[in-house]
Design a protein around this ligand. Structure first.
Ligand code: KIV
Ligand code: ZN
Length: 558
């Protein structure tokens, strides 16, 4: 690992008294989607015109007001697509399309030709300015590269003025800005602005791209703040950031750039784009949303965005992608599941509260998602099992029973080496605890009260023989316990009893949970569950289930 081969590609930023680190994001920037240009140019299989139209319309629906629709001089597909948008009147009046051009004569000419008839458009001119690009790729001096930009700007202005009559604005990007010397970046942008002549009515967009990420985000923030403080006509400029993601910090760069003075962010949905992508606008926007700032993009149906993204780009979204990934709202860890459940419960009790959940920064419902299915594996605890049993199937297990059942579920997952589906957990619950009628089964039972005493007579089947049993107690369950104790020759007593309605309808069932304790040295506890329309029957089933579990355990011991 020869790290000595590498060196820093950015230049020191002579910024004094930096201010961005004391600021907060308080409003959404102007968003510019570059999905149809930077994103599309980075696909193995670029979008067809029909896909581009669909994607464009979807971006409009999400709320983008500025959309870079292509590099019209690059191919006839790009050109024809943009012509269709204009000629078929598909661009809403409050949306500006943006087109990219290099600072070269024939490319500029073709770009302007493409915009004929456009009501609102941005001509985006760029040339590369970094030390490396100047020396190695273009072999031109600072002066020569500046002249290229100035000549490009002059031609853009001349052709826009002579050939277009819509509301046409200008954007200039010193490509590879973050690897450019700061004094030179200021010099070249000022020179371009001498041509574009920004005014308060017609501001010029100065886009400062991290064409390639080469530094920690704080360095980019310094660079942006430096530009904001040193450019002429700052008040008539819209400072834009265009982060790529080579170091995996595109989102952080966009956020710090906003703190440092950027008014605008260029990026793509879910971070598609050259190499490791452009900045993911969905994440930046939802990060704002979760801080109580209106992102001015409607991401309330994130699955729709994913569907269109994946189909048109022919690229999947990583399951762990922030906000959008399939796993984004799945918790495996028991303590996480427990905390999430408790926080959901609290929020349900107090909807007037602000969202607060230790493991979910966003309420999944706000973007059309659900916290489900909770995945249960061998690391999961009772919180997850309780969530599944309660929210999917309506059972509120008593705490002590939940501890026992969760341990069983963890063992099952451990043995299987994988997560358990909700239905597997439900089936296990039924098989282990519910309405068990073997080895003993009750057929019928009658109870009668004699002053404070209840007498129960029941028919039971045990070891393939039907017998009648009876018992006395201070209630039907107590009497049945007495009958079973006598008949089976075992000693136990009821130590826990809980019940609740299972469905909230007229045909609702009752669920009863009973624990019996062995009256011996061991004092083991056995849980049973009864479910029936009749609450008394449910409790008898629960008791018999618990007794059956005790009998089975004794049988195993023999
Ligand atoms: O990444 C970049 O620098 C670009 C420019 C064309 C703005 O995409
Ligand atoms: Zn780019």
């Amino acid at each position: 690992m020869n790290y000595k081969k590498y060196t820093r590609m950015y230049h020191p930023v002579p910024l004094e008294n930096r201010e961005w680190c004391n600021k907060e994001i308080t409003k959404a920037p102007i968003w510019c989607s570059v999905d149809l240009r930077d994103g599309n140019q980075a696909l193995y299989s670029p979008m067809t015109i029909e896909e581009k139209i669909e994607f464009f319309e979807y971006l409009v629906k999400l709320g983008f007001k500025e959309i870079e629709v292509g590099f019209p001089a690059a191919s006839s597909t790009e050109f024809d697509f943009i012509r269709r948008l204009i000629e078929e009147d598909r661009i809403p009046d409050d949306v500006s399309i943006q087109v990219l051009t290099q600072a070269r004569e024939h490319i500029i000419a073709r770009t302007i030709e493409c915009l004929k008839g456009a009501k609102n458009a941005i001509v985006h001119l760029y040339n590369s300015t970094s030390t490396l690009q100047r020396d190695v790729v273009f072999r031109k001096s600072r002066e020569e590269i500046k002249q290229l930009a100035v000549d490009g700007a002059k031609l853009v202005k001349e052709l826009v003025d002579s050939q277009l009559d819509g509301n046409i604005r200008y954007e200039y990007s010193p490509e590879s800005f973050t690897c450019t010397e700061m004094d030179y970046a200021v010099e070249i942008v000022n020179a371009v602005n001498e041509i574009f002549e920004p005014t308060s009515e017609r501001k010029v967009i100065i886009n400062l791209p991290s064409t390639i990420e080469v530094a920690t985000p704080n360095v980019v923030a310094d660079q942006i703040e430096y530009m904001c403080k040193h450019l002429n006509h700052r008040e008539n400029l819209i400072i834009s950031t265009h982060p790529h993601n080579d170091r995996g910090t595109g989102v952080a760069v966009a956020e710090l750039a906003i703190l440092a003075g950027a008014d605008r962010v260029e990026g793509t949905l879910f971070g598609n784009g050259e190499r490791t992508g452009n900045v993911d606008i969905v994440t930046v926007a939802l990060n704002m949303f979760t801080q109580g700032v209106d992102p001015k993009l409607d991401l309330s149906h994130i699955d729709e965005a994913i569907e269109i993204f994946e189909r048109c780009n022919k690229m999947p979204i990583d399951p762990r992608h922030p906000y959008a990934g399939d796993m984004a709202y799945v918790a495996f860890s028991g303590s996480h599941q427990d905390a999430i459940k408790k926080s959901f419960d609290r929020f349900e009790e107090h909807p007037e509260n602000k969202w607060a959940n230790p493991y979910l920064t966003i309420d999944p419902a706000d973007i059309g998602r659900k916290y489900e299915p909770i995945m249960i594996n061998s690391q999961s605890g009772k919180g997850g099992v309780s969530y599944v049993m309660e929210n999917k199937y309506g059972y509120t297990l008593p705490k002590k029973m939940l501890v026992e059942f969760s341990a069983t579920i963890n063992d099952m997952s451990d043995a299987k080496h994988t997560v358990l589906e909700n239905e597997e957990i439900h089936m296990a619950f039924k098989d282990i605890y519910m309405n068990l009628n073997s080895p003993i089964k009750t057929y019928s039972y009658k109870s009668q009260h004699d002053e404070d005493i209840t007498i129960v007579n029941a028919m039971v089947e045990y070891n393939s023989k039907v017998s009648s049993i009876s018992g006395k107690g201070n209630g039907p369950l107590d009497a049945l316990c007495a009958g079973l104790r006598k008949f089976l020759g075992i000693d136990f007593e009821i130590c826990e009893y809980t019940e609740h309605a299972l469905e909230r309808s007229s045909a609702s069932k009752a669920a009863t949970y009973i624990a019996i304790k062995e009256n011996g040295d061991d004092k083991k506890i056995f849980w049973g569950v009864g479910v029936h329309q009749n609450i008394n029957t449910a409790s008898i089933y629960a008791l018999v289930s618990a007794v059956n579990r005790m009998l089975m355990a004794e049988d195993k011991q023999k």
